[in-house]
Structures are given as C-alpha cells and as structure tokens.
Design a protein around this ligand. Structure first.
Ligand code: NG6
Ligand code: CA
Length: 513
C-alpha cells in the first residue's frame, strides 16, 4: 500500500471516528433501514398470514426471504399510541394524551429523551418520516397556524426530512406537510382549521351529502368539511392548491421515499414509511379500485402491496437491496366500518381480517395489537424463518441501537428490550413479558395473557368489534386457546394474580428495564 493510500484511509477512519462510528468497516456494514408501517392492517389481511381472497405477492416475498413473526405486537390497538411506542421505546400509557390524537393536537413525543430516529442520527443515519404522522405538531397550549412554520414536529424529534399527512386521512387539514411547511400552499389562499365549529364556506357531509363519493355512518360523524368528495372529521377552509387527492396519496409518498433513497444511497438511511393504507377513508388509485372483489378495503390492501413492491424495486435499481433491512408491520388490528360506508363489511365474505384472532382495532383481544411483522435483510438474515418469539414493536428501538452500536442512556427507551437476535431469526426466545393496550392494559407472558378488568362496553356497536372488556379479570392461554374463549382467571387464580401484580409493578416502576 502506498503512502497516499494509507493517508487517505487514515483520514477516512478519522472522519468516521469524529462522526461517532467505531470504524470505517463498521460504517460500511450498517444497513439502511426502511420501516413500512401499514395502518389498520389485520393479522390475517395479507396472504402470507392466511388471506385467501386476494394475494399480496410483494409482502409475501419479504416474508419468504426474511423472518415472519407469528407473535409480533403493536404497542396498542390504535394508531397514535402504537406510533409513540415505536419512536420513543416507551409504553404510551406512561404519558397523558397518548390516545388517538385529534387533528389539531400538539406534538406528543417528548423532547427530553432520545427518539428512535434521533438515536439513528447519532449512528450516522439520514432519517426520514414519510406518510402518516398522527403524533401532533406544535407546542402544547398553542393553536397551530397551518400557514406558518409547523414546529415542533418530526424534525425536532430526530428526523432529517419529513413529508407527512399530519394526522389521519379522515381528519383535516387534508394536506401534506414537507418539513416545516404545508406543501404546495398558495399564501393567497390560507388554511383555517377548526375542530370546534365550521370555518369557511366549503360544503360539509352533513349539509351536502349529495356531494359525497362515499356515504358516512351517521353514528360515527366524519360528516364535516368535504375534501376530494369525501367528508372528514373537522372543518377546514382554504389551502385548495395543497389539498390531496386520496387516490394519489400512495403514489406520492412512495415516490418521496424513493427520492430519499436515491439522494442518500451512499450513506446509511432510515425511512419510517407510514402508509395511509388501509385506514379510512379508503379510496385507492384507479389501478386498484374494483380489483380485489372485496370493495375498497381489499383494493387498498392491493395498493399497500403495490407500495411494498415499488419500494423494493427501487432498492433493487439502486443496488441497495442486499444491505437494506426492511421491517413491515401494522399499527393496530383491523376494522371494517370505521366511519365510512365503503362496503367493507358487506364484501368481506369468508375473509377474516384478524385471521384466527378475536376482536379487532380498539380491542384488548388479540386481533387488536397482534399484527403482521416481517423483517428482511439479505446481508444480515441468512436463513428465512417463521418465528414464534414474543416481540413488540416497542423493541425496535433497543434492537436497532444494538445493531448500530449506540448506547442507551438511562431513561432512553425505557420499555424497549434488545431483541436483535430474534429480529434476525437467530433466536426464538420470547421477550420476558409484554404489555399491550386495548382499552385496559394486558400483559402477555409465555403462553398466557391477562387482561385487566374494565367496565367499558363489551362490544363497540358502531364499529362492531368485541373490545375485550370485562368487569372481572381475564386470563387466556393464547397459544392453545388462540381465540380467547376460555377465561382461566378463576381456575388459575394464582397465575392471574401474579400477572396482575407484575403489570402493576411495571407500571409503578416507570420503566421495564
Ligand atoms: C376514531 C375515528 C375513526 C378513526 C380512529 C383513528 C370516530 C367515530 N372514529 O376516533 O374513524 O379515525 O379514530 O384511527 O371519529 S387510528 O388508526 O388512527 O387510530
Ligand atoms: Ca391505525
């Protein structure tokens, strides 16, 4: 090796050390990470988890080439808390206001501890959030002005780039936010938003149902401002040039993710890609509408699968497939009628969105939080596998910190366990226990799940989902009694009590570690 080469190598190693990398070699090996997060996709909603009516070949390919988990859990049975759990490594019920965020919520991710994307930034990653945010924007106690800088938001909690739908597809404002600004906003047509009263003159679903392309369920609201012929939760006016067209959302955010990969192809990147599919209102692109034979919900599953295909294809084209880890999962379980009468319930036929599991979105039963979870990384996962290890999305933080050599300080990711070996298919050891959140909290340990007593309704009538509420304790052997039929709480009171105590202790400790 000549002197010049040696000097260059030394310089490269020096730069890496400055940036906090242990070595140049290590820097090269760190994989890109793309987390593809589906919305409201049930445990049984893709063909590699048993869906028969339609095929999801691109998602299935991830499973065939990676590790497919059968006991993988979202933190909660709704969106905001599950997303909070992933990004903070902390159970959301430790903090107030982590339920389903209203469309005008302030940022709920605390800034006094490291976040998952912040930790990856420290590891030298370029980080992006693309897609659904639903974790609030702005300082608590202030009213957000959608025409000004929108912060604090994703850029203040560890993302270098953001292209987001601020809340849900069914909440105003129906616009994309790029970094700190509403994308494509004409300053001459400012946005006003209210969740209290009507603003502006846009028609609403309540007053002008004839203008809708999809009727709403009168029990569930969603009948306020009409955007793109669909009425939403909340009122907005203005921002016409910035309003999205529902059928273009998947294509737009997929392209943004592909652009980000291209721009960052020579350094490690992390993309938190949060698809809007298959949350309501479901209005996928015309290339998918009418294609599933199951109505718009099935069509949206096809669109989600297409999205996965586009992202993986882009990685292939960029030569990045081998060293990119793709994690695919869902934020909570399935729901058919979540406010819009889009025929999901009528056309579901024999398909079971929760697969063999009981309940659905919002529920403490298994279909609430047990979701598809697949990890694929050609350079790091040599042997494809199906794993029954108990694992939570809350564990991504500590596991990816381990992968990238980042230490966790006290208080960072307090409920995240290092499950890297399980994610890579090298171990099938269960997490010691996992707490999940429907309405009341549950604790899963080994074969058993304990659900804390709750006086809430047994069935949510509007969405027609069994919530898993019971005024008494519930204990199920969820491995043998997958559908949670036989409550063992009386027969095996000692176990039920021990699990209840464990749950209380974890709550009181403020941390799992
Ligand atoms: C509920 C909405 C539902 C959906 C959900 C959030 C009503 C009656 N229902 O409050 O339509 O928006 O919130 O879903 O308003 S989640 O997947 O983002 O958690
Ligand atoms: Ca959701």
């Amino acid at each position: 090796m000549n002197m010049k080469k040696i000097r260059m190598l030394t310089l490269a190693a020096g730069l890496c050390t400055l940036a906090g990398f242990p070595s140049a070699l290590h820097a090269q090996q760190r994989p890109n990470i793309i987390f593809i997060y589906a919305d409201d996709l049930g445990y049984g909603d893709v063909s590699c988890y048993g869906m028969k009516r339609i095929q999801t070949p691109n998602i299935d390919r991830l499973a065939r080439q990676g590790v497919r988990f059968t006991n993988g859990y979202a933190t909660s049975a709704t969106c905001t808390p599950s997303r909070y759990g992933i990004l903070t490594g902390r159970y959301p019920w430790r903090q107030q206001n982590t339920g389903i965020a209203p469309g005008d919520a302030a940022l709920i991710i605390p800034r006094d501890h490291k976040t998952l994307p912040g930790m990856l930034q420290d590891a030298g990653y370029q980080t992006a959030v693309i897609g659904k945010w639903h974790l609030g924007i702005g300082e608590p106690g202030t009213t957000i002005d959608w025409n000004a800088d929108l912060k604090p938001g994703p850029l203040e909690v560890g993302f270098n780039y953001a292209y987001i739908m601020p809340a849900t597809l069914d909440r105003v404002p129906c616009v994309f936010v790029e970094n700190h600004r509403v994308a494509g906003l004409d300053p001459a047509d400012p946005i006003t938003v209210s969740y209290k009263h009507k603003v502006g003159n846009d028609p609403t679903g309540k007053e002008n149902p004839e203008k809708l392309r999809m009727r709403t369920d009168p029990r569930q609201g969603h009948d306020q401002t009409i955007v793109d012929s669909i009425s939403r939760i909340g009122w907005m006016s203005g921002g016409n040039s910035a309003r999205w067209k529902d059928e273009n959302i998947a294509g737009i955010i997929t392209q943004k993710a592909i652009d980000f990969m291209g721009k960052n192809k020579s350094q490690p990147f992390f993309i938190y890609f949060a698809s809007g599919d298959i949350h309501v209102p479901r209005y996928p692109n015309s290339q998918f509408r009418g294609k599933s034979g199951m109505g718009l919900r099935g069509d949206a599953i096809l669109q989600l699968d297409w999205t996965v295909g586009q992202l993986t294809h882009a990685l292939d084209s960029l030569g990045l497939t081998k060293n990119t880890m793709i994690i695919f999962s869902s934020d909570n379980g399935p729901v058919l009628n979540d406010g819009y009468l889009d025929q999901a319930a009528e056309l579901v036929g024999s398909h079971k969105p929760g697969g063999p599991l009981r309940g659905g979105k919002y529920s403490s039963f298994e279909a609430g939080a047990r979701v598809p979870l697949i990890v694929k990384w050609p350079a790091g996962i040599a042997k494809p596998a199906v794993s029954d290890a108990l694992i939570g999305q809350v564990d991504f933080f500590a596991s990816l910190a381990k992968l990238t050599g980042q230490p966790l300080a006290d208080g960072d990711a307090p409920d995240s366990f290092d499950m890297l070996q399980q994610l890579l298919g090298k171990s099938r050891q269960d997490r010691p226990y996992l707490i999940t959140q429907g309405g009341p909290l549950s604790i899963i340990e080994g074969d058993y799940k304990y659900i804390t007593p709750s006086k809430g309704a047994r069935v949510a009538a509007d969405v027609n989902i069994e919530l898993g509420n019971d005024p008494g304790p519930q204990l199920y052997n969820i491995r043998k009694d997958v559908f949670e039929k036989n409550n063992l709480a009386e027969k095996d009171a000692a176990r039920a009590n021990a699990m209840a105590e464990k749950l209380k202790a974890v709550k009181a400790a403020g941390s799992s570690r």
